[in-house]
Write a protein that binds this ligand. Structure first.
Ligand SMILES: Cc1cc2nc3c(=O)[nH]c(=O)nc-3n(C[C@H](O)[C@H](O)[C@H](O)COP(=O)(O)OP(=O)(O)OC[C@H]3O[C@@H](n4cnc5c(N)ncnc54)[C@H](O)[C@@H]3O)c2cc1C
Length: 286
């Protein structure tokens, strides 16, 4: 049985739909949800819950600045974010990630909110947003709340949205002092590949080559993004050298809890993700 698709144009229209249909299914670009629905068995007869498309709601699109923070509204597409001058200047790690996400078609359709709400361990936008300390804003018809992205992602496919809430936007502090923004993902091929392992890194490197501050996050190697203050503390204050990175590699191995799946074995993921730390050597003399 075909589902009804509703296309609200404003947030007020959306809240009215929520009021009438609390069991609805939201989507934005549909590049995750529609693929998932297509792989499910046909719906039984009856009246299935409607699909509600958010992509025509202008109030959920765009990027703006407020009090030293940048807000990326949830239904902004990956292509729009990549082109934004503020994002390019202040968060090059995000631009780099998005340039590797899917294909041009997927980037034109897919949204940052959809990537976050899918909460896949392989969701590419999550690692840079964790390193940037992003917060997310959930809104319902009568309230809004802000929380760290780390608290919003509960596990694979699970986020802390309550009934009647949507993800409204992602907030990132504009001023930071990291001078190295790094992201790399390893997939089965270069393009259109879901990550087998990925790593985002932000480093404040002194003129003498000392790591003054570092944030690291790994994707596809744990139920959610893997982060470890132990590793960051072990590297802080040390020179960016091969020996220092090699000494930290056992800590990385310990921090990861990958699984076997169709793309790679757990052991391969762990090895690759640990080795990604050595890629930071390219910035040694930067
Ligand atoms: C061929 C292909 C290649 C891909 N490659 C990659 C890749 O390389 N890396 C990667 O990370 N992903 C990849 N993806 C997955 C997907 O494109 C991204 O996750 C994309 O960002 C999802 O955004 P969307 O707007 O299409 O989400 P949708 O499918 O519209 O929604 C996904 C989920 O989020 C919820 N949702 C969406 N917006 C909101 C909101 N504002 N508030 C509350 N809930 C919301 C929906 O209810 C749904 O559960 C790929 C997908 C395809 C089909």
């Amino acid at each position: 049985m075909a589902r009804e698709v509703l296309l609200p144009r404003t947030l007020d229209d959306l809240w009215e739909i929520f009021h009438a249909e609390p069991e609805l299914h939201l989507y934005a670009g549909g590049t995750d949800l529609l693929v998932k629905l297509r792989s499910q068995p046909p719906l039984p007869s009856g009246s299935p819950s409607p699909l509600v498309c958010l992509e025509r709601i202008d109030g959920l699109k765009g990027i703006y600045e407020e009090d030293g923070l940048v807000c990326i509204r949830a239904c902004t597409t990956h292509s729009e974010i990549m082109k934004d001058p503020v994002i390019r200047q202040h968060f090059p790690v995000l631009t780099k990630v998005l340039s590797l996400l899917g294909s041009p078609h997927i980037r034109n359709m897919g949204t940052i909110g959809g990537n976050i709400c899918t909460a896949s361990p392989a969701g590419d936008t999550l690692t840079p947003l964790y390193t940037l300390g992003a917060s997310v804003e959930a809104r319902s018809c009568d309230s809004g709340r802000l929380m760290p992205l780390k608290s919003f992602i509960l596990g694979p496919g699970s986020v802390a949205l309550q009934q009647g809430e949507i993800l409204y936007g992602i907030w990132i502090k504009k001023d930071h002092d990291f001078n190295i923004h790094h992201f790399e993902k390893i997939g089965q091929r270069k393009a259109l590949a879901i990550a087998i392992a990925s790593m985002a890194a932000l480093i404040k490197l002194s003129g003498e080559g000392t790591i003054e501050k570092i944030r690291l996050a790994w994707g596809s190697v744990a139920p959610t993004v893997a982060v470890s203050h132990t590793i960051e503390d072990a590297l802080t204050g040390k020179p960016l050298t091969e020996n220092v990175l090699r000494d930290a590699m056992p800590l990385v191995t310990d921090a990861l809890s990958p699984i076997d799946d169709v793309r790679a074995s757990a052991g391969y993921r762990r090895r690759v993700a640990t080795n990604l730390l050595l890629r930071l050597l390219q910035y040694k003399d930067a």
